[in-house]
Design a protein around this ligand. Structure first.
Ligand code: MRU
Length: 329
C-alpha cells in the first residue's frame, strides 16, 4: 500500500516477516502516527491480534501464519502455540484456516507462511479486478469498517475494487462509515483513501441511512470475517443495518472476500461466535469517559447479515449470488 510521508511515498505491507521477527504496522496509532510493532515469538503474535495491533480477517490470518512459523522454527510446542494463537479472537475464520494450514505444512514453516501471505495478496488483487466491473464511472460507494490493505496485507477486499476503479481513472467517491467504537473507518479506511488520493467523505455511522434514502449511494461494498454454509456473513457491528437499509432502497449490497473466508462446516449465521470486547471501548473516547461511570455497556464487535440481504459475493474466482454460492465456494 502507498503511504505518503513528509517528502516521499513509501510502499508498505500491513505485516511481513524477516528472519525470525514479524513486523507489523501498529494500527492502533493510525492515522496520527506510523509506528511498528515487532513480534519476537508466537506469544507476541497472540497479543498483537488480541489487542488489535493488526486486525481485519485476512491480515489476522497472515499474522497467525507467521506466528506459527516462529513457533515451529523456535522448536516450541506447536499444538500449544496453535491453541494460544487460535484463542486471540473468535470471529474471523481466516485465523483458524491459517493455523490449520501451518499445521499441515510443519516441515517448511517460513516458506509455507510466505506462500500463505502471497496467496492472500494475490487473491485480493483479483478481488479488485473482479469487483471493479461493478463500479461505474461517477459511482458513489458506501463502505463500513476497514476492509483495505491494512486488513488484508495489501490491496484490501472491499477497498480493492475501489482502488482498481480509481487506478482505471473512474471518477468515484467513497462514503466511509466512521465505525464506532474502534473507528476503523474514520482512522484506517480514510487514511488509506487519503494515501491513494481517492475522493472520500467520512460520515458518522448513523448518517449512512440518510445518504442511501436520498439516492446518493450507488453500491455498498463491505468485507467479512466469515461466510457460512447458508450464505450468511459476519462483519463489523453495524453491517447488518447497512444491508437492510440498502435493500429497502434498492441499492446493491456486495460482500468482498477470498474464498478462504468460507466456513463450509458452519451452517448458519447465528452459529458464528461473536466477539464481545472491552466495555471501555464504548465508555471512553480518547481517554475521556463519555458515559456515566456506573452505566453498564455492551460491546459486540460483529453482527450477522443474512444472505437474503446480499446481492453478491466478490471473490478472486468471480462474482456470484447467494444462490450460486455452494458451487463457487
Ligand atoms: O475488528 P476488526 O477491525 O478486525 O474487524 C474487521 C472487519 O470487520 C472487516 O470488515 C473484516 O475483517 C474484513 S477485512 C478484509
Amino acid at each position: 500500500m502507498k503511504i505518503k510521508m513528509d517528502d516521499s511515498v513509501k510502499e508498505l505491507k500491513a505485516v511481513w516477516m524477516d528472519e525470525k521477527k514479524v513486523n507489523m504496522i501498529d494500527q492502533r496509532y493510525l492515522p496520527s502516527e506510523l509506528k511498528f510493532f515487532i513480534a519476537e515469538d508466537f506469544k507476541d503474535i497472540h497479543s498483537a491480534i488480541k489487542n488489535m495491533v493488526v486486525r481485519g480477517a485476512p491480515t489476522i490470518g497472515v499474522t497467525a501464519a507467521y506466528g506459527m512459523a516462529q513457533a515451529i522454527i523456535m522448536d516450541e510446542d506447536t499444538r500449544k502455540a496453535a491453541e494460544i494463537i487460535r484463542s486471540a479472537r473468535p470471529t474471523a475464520y481466516d485465523l483458524f484456516h491459517a493455523v490449520d494450514y501451518m499445521l499441515d505444512n510443519i516441515t517448511r514453516p517460513k516458506e509455507a507462511a510466505e506462500e500463505y501471505a502471497s496467496s492472500v495478496v494475490e487473491k485480493c488483487r483479483k478481488i479488485g479486478e473482479n469487483g471493479a466491473k461493478l463500479i461505474e464511472d461517477g459511482y458513489d460507494i458506501l463502505t463500513h469498517c476497514n476492509a483495505g490493505a491494512l486488513a488484508t496485507v495489501d490491496h484490501g477486499t472491499a477497498l480493492a475494487p475501489i482502488r482498481a476503479s480509481a487506478r482505471d481513472g473512474k471518477d468515484i467517491h467513497v462514503y466511509v462509515d466512521e465505525t464506532r467504537p474502534r473507528l476503523q473507518g474514520a482512522r484506517l479506511t480514510a487514511w488509506e483513501l487519503y494515501n491513494e488520493d481517492i475522493s472520500h467523505s467520512v460520515i458518522v455511522d448513523n448518517a449512512s441511512g440518510y445518504y442511501m434514502q436520498r439516492g446518493d449511494i450507488d453500491i455498498v461494498i463491505v468485507g467479512t470475517d466469515r461466510i457460512v454454509s447458508n450464505g450468511d456473513i459476519a462483519n463489523k457491528i453495524g453491517t447488518y443495518e447497512k444491508a437492510v437499509v440498502a435493500k429497502e432502497n434498492d441499492i446493491p449490497f456486495y460482500v468482498a472476500a477470498p474464498v478462504t473466508t468460507y466456513d463450509e462446516l458452519m451452517e448458519k449465521g447465528n452459529d458464528i461466535p461473536i466477539e464481545s470486547r472491552d466495555d471501555d471501548e464504548v465508555r471512553m473516547i480518547n481517554g475521556s469517559l463519555i458515559t456515566p461511570k456506573r452505566s453498564p455497556v455492551k460491546n459486540p464487535a460483529f453482527d450477522v447479515t443474512p444472505a437474503k440481504y446480499i446481492t453478491g459475493y466478490i471473490t478472486e474466482k468471480g462474482i456470484f449470488s447467494p444462490s450460486e454460492r455452494k458451487e463457487m465456494f
